[in-house]
Every structure is written in structure tokens, then in C-alpha cells.
Write a protein that binds this ligand. Structure first.
Ligand SMILES: [Zn+2]
Length: 96
């Protein structure tokens, strides 16, 4: 029997895990953004455009670095940690 209606849970969009700027914490779970749910959503959204995902994350990293250094200019975030947080997780695992 084909299903014509999905349960409410499937049709009601849940609150997206978006960043709260300029702190760059998740608006839903308060984890450093992108939280695990946001990463999963981004992987799904860019499933067929990994380069597009990297370009988007580079832009986000640039904005986040500017915000976070503006908030804390004397003890800003470690650049390597920012790279890992915003871009490192999206690196393809099957490259030679
Ligand atoms: Zn979240």
C-alpha cells in the first residue's frame, strides 16, 4: 500500500542547527558550530557537490575568524583549530 501522507514528525521541519553569530555557537544545541547535526545536514545538502561544500566552508571560516578575533583580539582562536573545526571534517576520506 503506497503511503500518501508522512507522519507529522517527517513533514514538520525541525529547527535547523544554524550558527549564532558572532559567537559561532549552534542556536539549538549551543555546541561550537558546525555541530554534529549541522555537519550532517551540510553533508546531505552538498552530497553531490563536495567542492561546493569546501568553498562554502572556506567562506564561513573567513567570517567566523573575523568575528572571533574581533570578540577576543588578544587571545583569539588557534588558526589550526579553526581550520579543523570548519573545514577539516569535510575533507574527503578516500583521496590518495
Ligand atoms: Zn547544533
Amino acid at each position: 500500500m503506497p503511503r500518501t501522507a508522512l507522519p507529522d514528525r517527517a513533514t514538520t521541519p525541525s529547527r535547523p542547527h544554524l550558527p549564532l553569530r558572532p559567537l559561532w555557537l549552534c542556536r539549538v544545541c549551543a555546541a561550537p558550530w558546525p555541530c554534529s547535526v549541522a555537519r550532517l545536514a551540510l553533508r546531505q545538502e552538498y552530497a553531490h557537490d563536495r567542492i561546493g561544500l569546501s568553498v562554502y566552508l572556506c567562506a564561513v571560516l573567513h567570517e567566523a575568524a573575523a568575528d572571533l578575533y574581533r570578540l577576543n583580539p588578544h587571545d583569539g582562536p588557534d588558526p589550526a583549530a579553526l581550520f579543523t573545526r570548519f573545514l577539516g571534517w569535510a575533507r574527503p576520506r578516500h583521496l590518495p
